[in-house]
Design a protein around this ligand. Structure first.
Ligand code: HEC
Length: 126
């Protein structure tokens, strides 16, 4: 009985270690947070596909569910605008549109190193 328990414990440990390893691998970049809703290709998911988003005009991907504010757009996703938006999307959309009532369907906050990492990642998504 003791041996069986020991073996079960070892199997559990092994599964745990392998599980942790792949989880760490997949979560390597701050962009992992975006993956729940975005593909890093042109294909839409919960949000628009992010491929080529750097330098693209806001609200112009093949995505039908943009908020009215994003759809109206009028700015380009350069470094400054991405920072404004991603730091606090709820506030950012108001700054970007110049409309105090503007709303976005994406509600997140990314800060510090993670923000730098995410923006560097988006730049590479060509
Ligand atoms: C909970 C889901 C969700 C998460 C998590 C999320 N997004 Fe979004 N994202 C959306 C949705 C929905 C939109 C469309 C927003 C709108 O129309 O107001 C969007 C829009 C965008 C846009 C504008 C795209 C365009 O075509 O103009 C960018 C850039 C963006 N997201 C980047 C990111 C990044 C970077 C992350 C990770 C740090 C992220 N998103 C995480 C759902 C999400």
């Amino acid at each position: 009985m003791k041996i069986i328990l020991k073996m079960a414990a070892m199997a559990f440990m092994a599964a745990f270690l392998i599980g942790t390893f792949t989880a760490t691998e997949a979560m390597a970049g701050a962009e992992a947070k975006c993956k729940a809703c975005h593909n890093f290709t042109a294909k839409k998911k919960v949000g628009p596909g992010l491929k080529g988003v750097f330098g693209r005009e806001a609200g112009t991907a093949d995505f039908k569910k943009y908020s009215a504010s994003m759809k109206k757009g009028g700015w380009v996703w350069d470094e400054k605008n991405l920072r404004t938006f991603l730091t606090n999307t709820k506030k950012g959309i108001k700054t970007l549109t110049g409309d105090k009532k503007a709303k976005t369907k994406m509600k997140i906050k990314v800060k510090g190193d993670r923000l730098d990492e995410v923006i560097a990642f988006l730049k590479e998504l060509k």
